[in-house]
Ligand binder design. Structure first.
Ligand SMILES: Cc1cc2nc3c(=O)[nH]c(=O)nc-3n(C[C@H](O)[C@H](O)[C@H](O)COP(=O)(O)OP(=O)(O)OC[C@H]3O[C@@H](n4cnc5c(N)ncnc54)[C@H](O)[C@@H]3O)c2cc1C
Ligand SMILES: *[C@@H]1O[C@H](CO)[C@@H](O)[C@H](O)[C@H]1NC(C)=O
Ligand SMILES: *[C@@H]1O[C@H](CO)[C@@H](O)[C@H](O)[C@H]1NC(C)=O
Ligand SMILES: *[C@@H]1O[C@H](CO)[C@@H](O)[C@H](O)[C@H]1NC(C)=O
Ligand SMILES: *[C@@H]1O[C@H](CO)[C@@H](O)[C@H](O)[C@H]1NC(C)=O
Ligand SMILES: *[C@@H]1O[C@H](CO)[C@@H](O)[C@H](O)[C@H]1NC(C)=O
Ligand SMILES: *[C@@H]1O[C@H](CO)[C@@H](O)[C@H](O)[C@H]1NC(C)=O
Ligand SMILES: *[C@@H]1O[C@H](CO)[C@@H](O)[C@H](O)[C@H]1NC(C)=O
Length: 599
């Protein structure tokens, strides 16, 4: 999704915007040699834990973040510019997958946030929680009721600060306040500027019936149906809410918190053995600014590993935690034999369809006309209104494929796919034309659609070998995705779009008269990742060392001193985008950690 226009004006504006009130450290001079907790990765989950643990002034915490500060970066702050934050930017790890057999052998770009806030600083802001049964399934497969919906619902609310939309329009009929939190740290909002397609979309849902029912709020745990998109935007300031802006910025002045950026952790070091526990890890080794010498810092209570679904397995591998034989082959001394480190990766495939439309009211020009973009940026800066307060989609819906044999969905009321609508071409913007795009995410990959994160070098800073496992389970995934594509084609056939849609953007795009075979060919040729990577350090029942990497309390199995808190612990990908789940799991993890240490 590279966009043609470079944000030439960004540097000028950046210097004008002050961000945050506290201090993010860029060198190690003022660090202590030891902290109660050292958090590896100042990303989505890591910053939640940093915030919650430092609520107690006697507990001190160090966050080590490999990437730079997000302070003053306009591409990160402006919701509409989310597609400019990756790939191949200073805030991206710039990963690529190995060739994906399910995608006709394509190697695909695989962005991850390399910046304070992690992937919450670079994602496209969509806020979805998934289905109740996704969480009840986590409870079932871990044997811990605390991961079930009834418990996690409280953590969704605890993390959330629902805010009025930027344009302060009346939102009474657009969401259900009863299922939201209003006092948390992560801001969520409804669209803050109207688009030309709002009326047509709502009319189309009412005209069609079938799976196209209305859902006042798809974040209630019962997502089936269509409604307004919610996004991690602070409405009043029209700004992205990331874990940095939301959870860290307001508390940076706490004297018991140190945040060091440009600090990449190589490995965790065990300094002793505890009976019945295995090695106990107490030291964290890292480098600053991408170069030596390696430094170490001590964690007296716990190391919290929050490096994300790709890099958490990397730090574990470097630390001798993984498949012992594989580690030996890499010349890494095995410390803890846990063969599932980096295995069982699960992700969502996404495919986008687009149409040329008879309107000048789409957002395409903002992605290709530098003058217009600069004008709109100035408007955003001075008024916090207009197109740039919106994310990539204002309309979203979830549907289930009826009577699908061995449906991999977590429960009978949970969806198989999501559809979201964009008022512009989501993808490379052509020089001319106005577009409508509708994307389908297949939310329930079949059991064999599992990838991995592996390593082919003992260099702790080497690039991981990533297999996203997309559409591997072709017998399950492709037919489910086909139903999603058919739903999109059905959606655009509604009378509401008459006189609006001119025709498909590409002649290879399926139509209602396409055969299943033609639709499937389009899917395998055009699907990419939604980047909802989970499962690489999965939870499994307490004491089960055959499956999984962490116990349900998120402590590393067969070892002491390490707890993993990030999206990698989820055994299945939820039926939605993954950040809401990540914030909620990090809130629960913080409570588990506090309880263990009497905080
Ligand atoms: C392009 C893109 C768009 C997305 N869009 C959406 C969306 O619209 N809605 C949604 O809900 N989800 C979306 N997601 C997914 C979602 O953002 C992630 O699932 C979630 O943010 C992951 O959080 P995390 O805490 O597990 O990892 P991260 O947020 O990635 O945090 C990991 C942190 O650790 C740091 N780190 C890594 N290795 C080291 C090391 N060795 N030493 C020190 N620090 C290290 C990283 O730099 C990073 O800051 C998107 C993802 C991508 C990539
Ligand atoms: C990713 O690529 C960009 C652009 O080339 C570069 O600035 C950035 O440093 C790279 N990220 C990493 C982690 O190397
Ligand atoms: C959880 O397990 C119970 C008991 O086996 C079962 O009835 C229920 O359907 C399961 N729920 C999910 C979501 O897996
Ligand atoms: C907002 O809309 C609702 C429902 O349409 C209406 O009942 C309410 O009076 C409106 N509120 C305001 C402040 O206009
Ligand atoms: C779009 O703008 C052009 C130039 O201003 C105008 O001629 C045309 O009628 C407009 N089209 C629509 C559909 O509004
Ligand atoms: C780009 O936008 C500017 C400002 O709105 C406008 O004057 C100009 O005509 C546009 N350029 C093109 C090529 O459409
Ligand atoms: C190791 O994996 C990386 C990432 O996929 C790749 O770029 C590199 O060529 C591989 N090296 C070897 C020796 O296989
Ligand atoms: C992969 O995850 C699934 C779902 O939790 C589980 O059934 C399976 O056993 C896992 N495989 C391994 C090797 O852990």
């Amino acid at each position: 999704m590279t966009l043609k226009v470079k944000l030439a004006t960004a540097a000028i504006w950046s210097s004008l915007i002050s961000f945050g009130k506290g201090v993010v450290l860029e060198d190690a001079a003022s660090l202590s040699s030891s902290y109660d907790f050292v958090i590896v990765g100042g990303g989505t989950a890591g910053n939640v834990v940093a915030n919650r643990l430092t609520e107690d002034p006697k507990t001190n915490v160090l966050v080590l973040e490999a990437g730079p500060t997000d302070a003053g970066v306009l591409e990160i702050q402006v919701p509409f510019l989310c597609t400019h934050t990756t790939p191949q930017t200073p805030w991206d790890w710039n990963y690529t997958t190995v060739p994906q057999p399910g995608l006709e052998g394509a190697s695909i770009t695989y962005p991850r946030g390399h910046v304070l806030g992690g992937t919450s600083s670079v994602n496209c802001l969509v806020y979805t929680r998934g289905a109740k049964s996704d969480y009840d399934r986590y409870a079932n497969v871990t044997g811990d009721k605390g991961w079930g919906w009834d418990s996690m619902f409280g953590y969704f609310k605890k993390s959330e600060k629902f805010t009025p939309p930027s344009d302060r329009h009346n939102t009474t009929d657009e969401f259900n306040p009863a299922v939201h939190g209003f006092n948390g740290f992560n801001s969520v909002s409804l669209p803050g500027a109207p688009t030309d397609i709002d009326g047509r979309f709502n009319d189309a849902i009412d005209e069609l019936g079938g799976v196209f029912t209305r859902n006042l709020d798809t974040n209630s745990g019962e997502p089936l149906g269509f409604g307004w998109s919610q996004a991690v935007i602070d409405g009043p300031s029209g700004t992205r809410s990331s874990s940095s802006s939301g959870y860290l910025s307001p508390i940076l002045r706490r004297p018991n918190l140190h945040v060091l950026v440009n600090a990449q952790v190589s490995r965790l070091i065990s300094t002793g053995h505890q009976a019945g526990k295995g090695p106990v890890f107490t030291k964290v080794e890292y480098r600053l600014n991408g170069k030596g010498p390696l430094k170490t810092v001590q964690a007296t209570k716990e190391i919290i590993l929050s490096a994300g679904s790709i890099n958490t397995p990397q730090v574990l591998t470097n630390s001798g935690v993984g498949n012992s034989q594989t580690l030996k082959d890499l010349n890494i001394a095995p410390q803890v034999d846990l063969p599932n480190v980096g295995e069982n990766l699960s992700d969502h495939p996404i495919v986008t369809l687009a149409w040329l439309v008879n309107s000048n009211g789409t957002y395409d020009d903002f992605n290709r006309n530098a003058t217009l973009q600069a004008e709109e940026l100035q408007k955003w800066r001075t008024t916090r209104q207009g197109v740039f307060v919106n994310g990539i989609s204002q309309h979203i819906g979830f549907a289930r494929v009826p009577d699908f044999p061995n449906n991999p969905a977590s429960g009978t009321d949970s969806p198989n796919y999501e559809i979201f609508v964009s008022n512009f071409l989501l993808g490379n913007t052509p020089p001319t034309g106005n577009f409508l795009s509708i994307s389908a995410i297949m939310l329930t990959p079949g059991p064999s659609s599992r990838g991995s994160v592996r390593f082919n070098s003992s260099d702790p800073f080497a690039v991981p070998v990533i297999d996203a496992g997309l559409l591997v389970d072709a017998k399950t995934d492709v037919p489910l995705m086909r139903e999603a594509v058919k739903s999109i084609l059905h959606l655009v056939s509604a009378p509401a779009w008459k006189d609006y849609i001119i025709g498909p953007q590409s002649s290879s795009q399926p139509t209602l008269s396409s055969t299943d075979k033609e639709i499937d060919a389009f899917i395998t040729a055009n699907s990419r990742s939604a980047y909802h990577v989970v499962g690489t350090s999965s939870m499994s029942p307490k004491g089960d060392t055959k499956k999984g990497v962490v116990d349900p309390d998120l402590k590393l199995k067969k070892a002491g001193g390490i707890r993993i808190v990030d999206a990698s612990i989820l055994p299945f990908v939820p039926a939605g985008h993954t950040q809401a789940a990540t914030y909620a799991l990090a809130e629960r993890a913080s409570d588990l950690i506090k309880a263990d240490h009497g905080l």
